[in-house]
Design a protein around this ligand. Sequence first.
Ligand SMILES: [Zn+2]
Length: 408
Amino acid sequence: MNLSDKEFIKRAYSSVPMYVELTGDLDINLDNITEIKELPTITKEEVVKQDSIIAADSIPLLYGNKLIVKKTSGSTGKYMDVFWKNKDYVKSMLPLWLMRKRMYNISPDDRMCFFYTMMEMGKEQDTYMNKSQLGFSKSRLDDENLHRVYKKMKEFEPKWLLLQPSIGALLCEYMDKYNEKAIESIEYIEMSGEILSESVRAEVERHFRCNVVNQYGANEFNSIAYECPNGNMHIMESNVIVEVLKDGKGVEDGTEGEVYISTRTNSAMPLIRYRIGDIGKICTGKCDCGCEWKMFELTSGRVSDYILCADGSRVTSYTLVRAIESVNYIYENVIRQFRIIQKNIEEFHIILVVDEDDLDMCDVIERVFKESIMETRLAGVDYTFEYKTRLIPNDENGKFAYFKRLVG
Ligand SMILES: [Zn+2]
């Protein structure tokens, strides 16, 4: 552990209530810590239960609304707000921007298109636009809307796209169906948010005829690893420390295990040795692309699945995630975790985890949820709701599937 890591950790451990408590309970002497593995690990479950992960000096900024708030991706099924100081946020994005520029000639002012679950929460917006960015809502990606999206993208002439692999696959399917050609201006597509399978990568490459580059990130940390032109994912070592553990113990490089991440930049909400819920390995060997940072491989991560409709068509499951996010926007994160199960073609079972005090809000939650479904194919179907006050445990593979389809 270098000196700046040591100072960062010392500051975090002496100013974040959750760590102060851990330090006392475990009798940790911060002056004697030489390696990060001497510190305890933490989980999302522990963090979502308490507000005590904010550093003392950032509390006035938090209440003065001076911190950037990022919602952890709803698609992991568990909600948590992540707070950043502006300067830390910029610093955490810097290595990604440097690598985009150096490896693929992509700069922040290049035109780009992306897809979002919710932009300005609670507002019904189909598109978001500023000087160099054009974003589209994921809530209603039927053929009619894809037609509109594709047309707008063509007119905007983006240099690059930022996509979830499932959205990339949807675009390819649309292009095949309507015989659409690749948009000439697109030179680079970055994939993030879900695990990128080789088949989806090949499809997107074949359709768009450009570089398809994988990025592994999370709102808790921003970018964690990024793919170089040699196809290796390099860990963003100036932003995070990545560890792989099995049964609580570190494994040798090359061995698969649970991924734990520590921030090197977020001083307001410093997550240290945090179990992100993905499975992966730190690779052995060296890459000759010029990047000295270690290589990483994600072997199991977030996957998205499709909802199957009565007419045989498919809808991305983000459509229902968005409805849950609307509820959380209006009622301040009342839903702590969710799971959506498609039991039959027109039958959905929704499990929601809320605090015991909020159990009397079922009626309004269900009403807002239904009102927020923008997709007509999902508007008239049956929804049953089940409420829990304890978080749903991970599946047997150690992962959590926020959406499960039992038909088709
Ligand atoms: Zn490389």
